[in-house]
Design a binder for this molecule. Structure first.
Ligand code: C2E
Ligand code: MG
Ligand code: MG
Ligand code: MG
Length: 289
């Protein structure tokens, strides 16, 4: 009976794996179609300076509305793009698109683009970046590339050369989702980051009694400040969170308290009313839920 049970279980798992593989290749096919039909779109979320309360940039966030399945989360389809190699093409499209959009904005407004570690590892990457900037004819300093610590898991010499090439082009570099990965201080010493983005998991709940998140945010900002880097607090939703990250020295804030990600037209519209940002949202997460 034990043996039968074992076999039955094996069978169950193998069907499960089969269904999973099927779903994955379906997603891959859908994504290929989406690229061809132009279903992918970039949305733009304002990044606000805490000292001036003005919009100083937008982060470009990819959106995909599947004709039958509706909105698919970027966390899901980016992974499919990475597994299938499509990330190179999709990533290049995003860079070009974001630079072209930024060319329509006031000069002082930057655009930030998320970069997959697989794009970063491609030797062609700096050339792709340079070409997107040249094509849109924008100042390279207006483009900020958001990368995560996982780029450091790749080979050292290649990574160093890519950082050097990007600095040479003159783009800005941001370390995204800081605090969620290895968060090795060696990375901060090694790579020429202009900004650290503090992951929203530290922001949410930071205002709760006894939370250690505030202390963590404070030490990241003081470290960043000492190294001459900016800090953006991600995912700020409430006035309490905004006050807290300000008190702890974050130079920038991004989150629903200011604005949701906007489609390109709405972002341009938003800019046409001026750069002043107004915090709108619940006092605390208790009011919100
Ligand atoms: P990320 O780069 O850390 O982006 C921030 C995420 O937080 C975005 O999720 C944004 O919509 C969300 N967010 C912003 N403000 C708030 C807030 O106040 N509260 C909450 N709860 N969330 C907020 P989104 O757009 O779903 O993107 C998820 C992730 O997908 C991104 O995380 C990034 O890692 C990846 N991604 C998105 N677009 C691209 C892209 O063009 N290329 C690559 N390689 N990755 C992308
Ligand atoms: Mg990002
Ligand atoms: Mg992030
Ligand atoms: Mg993230």
């Amino acid at each position: 009976a034990a043996k039968d049970g074992g076999r039955g279980r094996f069978h169950f798992y193998s069907n499960d794996l089969h269904a999973e593989a099927e779903a994955r290749s379906q997603m891959e096919e859908d994504l290929r179609d989406a690229m061809a039909r132009g279903e992918l779109e970039l949305y733009y979320q304002p990044v606000v300076s805490t000292s001036t309360e003005r919009i100083c940039g937008f982060e470009a966030l990819m959106r995909w509305q599947h004709p039958a399945k509706g909105w698919i989360s970027p966390e899901r389809f980016i992974e499919t793009a990475e597994d299938s190699g499509m990330i190179q093409q999709i990533g290049e499209w995003a860079l070009r698109q974001a630079c072209q959009e930024a060319a329509k904005w006031p000069e002082e407004v930057r655009v930030a683009v998320n970069v997959s570690p697989l794009q970063f590892a491609n030797v062609q990457f700096p050339a792709v970046v340079a070409s997107a900037i040249a094509h849109a004819d924008i100042d390279p300093a207006r483009l900020e590339l958001e990368i995560t610590e996982s780029v450091f898991l790749q080979d050292d010499a290649g990574t160093d050369a890519t950082f050097a090439a990007l600095k040479n082009i003159g783009v800005r570099l941001a370390l995204d989702d800081f605090g969620t990965g290895y968060s090795s201080l060696g990375y901060l010493k090694k790579a020429p980051f202009d900004k650290i983005k503090i992951d929203q998991s530290f922001v949410h709940g930071a205002t709760e009694q006894g939370s250690r998140n505030g202390a963590i945010i404070a030490s990241i900002t003081s470290l960043a400040h000492a190294l001459g880097m900016d800090t953006t607090a991600e995912g700020v939703e409430t006035h309490d969170e905004l006050n807290l990250v300000r008190m702890h020295g974050c130079s920038h804030v991004q989150g629903f308290i200011y604005e949701q990600p906007l489609d390109a037209e709405s972002a341009a519209q938003r800019l046409s009313t001026g750069l002043e940002a107004v915090a709108r949202g619940p006092r605390s997460s208790r009011d919100q839920r």
